[in-house]
Design a protein around this ligand. Structure first.
Ligand code: NPQ
Ligand code: MG
Length: 368
């Protein structure tokens, strides 16, 4: 395909409720929507970088700058581009995986739409719906947490993930386990808030029969996670540490993780996400699809990815209304605890022009 024009929209969507993690509290989602125009089709992508470089080194202004200055020009000057050649075309630019992922996603969307193929068909989905889990933030009190979890379970969420940090871990996890019983699927996510010195403290979580503990230590501390894995019964899951298929292979070989949270934006795109899925399947490591407070665009791609065979644990692909009162696409809704995998060509969803315009703060476009 020949890329004629690329449009970047900085958008902002208010969150239905503040979302607090060990990284801080978010009140709105600032994101970047990428639109690629080719003679055959339009393609849509979403950059998952947050407002601040706290989850990873990327942040939305930086992503916008590297796209405009270094990434988009490389695609506009190429004679033809396919989703599989985006990675090699951009390889000379180091890092910036979330920015690259957004561009590859838009090219993949345009390519699949022009072929009349859905993301699910293109990626190799084997299910037409996926079980939906939910990520629950740190709250001001345990009673508030219990009320929030009760509401999500009533909506049908099949798995509860609690954000934890030092000072908010054992007590809230015990309260949720005791209030909602042993059959509730429960896991925690520390966003790297602990250190190796916390091993004995984190081992106290073994009492609560958790599915996993996600990213307890610093993203670069693979040996620390391997040592922690030897000190805990609860399986270790990595998120921030897994930035590519190579880093997934290294983490698994070092015994640093038993489970992987796959996020297409964090690893450079849906094609690398599938490589990690395949590598983990070969290694007997189950995976699940993480969330980055995506709009319906990223949510559509993630629902398709989560339908691949080794995604055997419920992911954080929640309904749109977990985060947004109004999405920029038709909302994803929970049906019997599942999200339906889109079947229309490409992502299967497109932004609703009025909603996209309302959320748009700035638009920049580059032509050939
Ligand atoms: C659903 C979930 O827990 N997501 C991330 C954390 C997270 C939380 C808030 C975010 C806000 C803006 C951008 C990225 C963000 C990532 C995680 O699994 O670790
Ligand atoms: Mg996480």
């Amino acid at each position: 395909m020949r890329i004629e024009r690329v449009r970047l929209r900085r958008i902002s969507l208010p969150l239905v409720s503040p979302f607090r993690t060990s990284l801080g509290t978010e009140y709105e989602r600032s994101a970047l929507v990428v639109q690629v125009s080719t003679p055959d089709a339009e393609g849509w992508g979403e950059c998952v970088a947050g407002a601040d470089p706290d989850y990873s080194s990327e942040y939305v202004e930086g992503a916008e700058d590297v796209l405009l200055r270094h990434l988009v020009p490389r695609l506009l000057s190429a004679e033809t581009v396919t989703a599989h050649t985006v990675g090699p075309l951009l390889a000379a630019v180091k890092g910036h995986r979330m920015a690259k992922a957004a561009l590859e996603m838009a090219v993949l969307d345009a390519e699949l739409r022009s072929q009349g193929l859905s993301f699910a068909a293109g990626l190799g989905a084997v299910a037409d719906r996926v079980p939906s889990g939910v990520s629950v933030g740190i709250m001001d009190s345990v009673p508030e947490l219990i009320d929030a979890v009760a509401a999500y379970l009533a909506q049908g969420y099949q798995r509860i993930k609690l954000k934890i940090e030092p000072g908010w871990d054992i007590v809230p996890v015990r309260a949720v386990r005791e209030r909602f019983g042993d059959d509730t699927l429960l896991q925690v996510d520390a966003n790297a808030a602990y250190t190796r010195a916390d091993t004995r403290h984190l081992a106290r979580l073994d009492a609560f029969d958790l599915l996993l503990i996600e990213q307890p230590l610093d993203e670069e501390d693979l040996l620390g996670h391997a040592a922690l894995a030897r000190g805990l019964r609860t399986p270790i899951c990595l998120d921030e540490s897994v930035v590519s298929a190579r880093s997934a292979a290294d983490a698994i070989a070092l015994g640093a993780c038993h489970i992987v949270n796959i996020k297409p934006g964090r690893v450079g795109g849906y094609l690398e996400a599938r490589r990690i899925h395949d590598l983990c399947a070969a290694a007997g490591i189950p995976v699940w699809c993480g969330g980055m407070l995506e709009t319906g665009l990223g949510r559509a791609g993630n629902a398709a990815l989560a339908a691949l065979p080794n995604f055997t644990l419920p992911g954080d692909v929640s309904a749109s209304n977990r985060y947004f009162a109004t999405d920029i696409t038709e909302p994803f809704t929970l049906q019997d605890g599942h999200l339906t995998v889109p079947t229309a060509p490409g992502l299967g969803v497109t932004p609703i022009p009025a909603a996209l315009d309302r959320a748009t703060r700035t638009t920049t476009e580059l032509h050939r």
